[in-house]
Design a protein around this ligand. Structure first.
Ligand code: ZN
Length: 141
């Protein structure tokens, strides 16, 4: 179950200090009309909220980290859910001891400094739909 896409353009920049990572990226996608693509971010956050999906309960458990963390790595995408732009990002963060933690990026996650690139792609939209097996909104493909 997959489709072929072509890269249309790449937008790179930095997100505003003190803002929320996901909301800032969603705002840029809306402003630029991006509904399909991939996202990479790196930098640092003042505090972070991560989700861990409990596969038995079929719900996210929130993990809150009220400490400065590095954004070591990230993978994300842009698609549509309920007709709106949906930004989905997973991150690996590290603390002052170099220990890694990670998960599904949630709000609030406050930016200290964050560089981003969004690769907009051309092709059939990827639309999220409730998947009965997992309880997640997955691509209807
Ligand atoms: Zn996720």
């Amino acid at each position: 179950m997959y489709r072929e896409y072509k890269a249309k353009r790449i937008i790179s920049g930095k997100l505003p200090h003190g803002a929320d990572v996901t909301e800032s990226l969603k705002s840029i996608c809306n402003k630029e009309g991006i509904t399909l693509g991939n996202i990479h971010i790196l930098g640092a956050v003042k505090k972070a909220s991560l989700g861990f999906y409990n596969q038995t309960k079929k719900e996210y458990e929130m993990l809150i980290f009220n400490e400065p963390l590095e954004i070591v790595s990230s993978l994300g995408n842009v698609s549509l859910k309920d007709g709106e732009t949906f930004v989905h990002i997973h991150v690996t963060l590290s603390n002052s001891r170099g220990e890694a933690l990670g998960g599904h990026l949630m709000s609030p996650t406050e930016i200290f400094a964050c560089e981003f690139s969004i690769v907009e792609t051309l092709g059939a939209p990827l639309v999220r739909k409730l998947d009965e097996v997992t309880g997640l909104y997955l691509w209807d493909i």
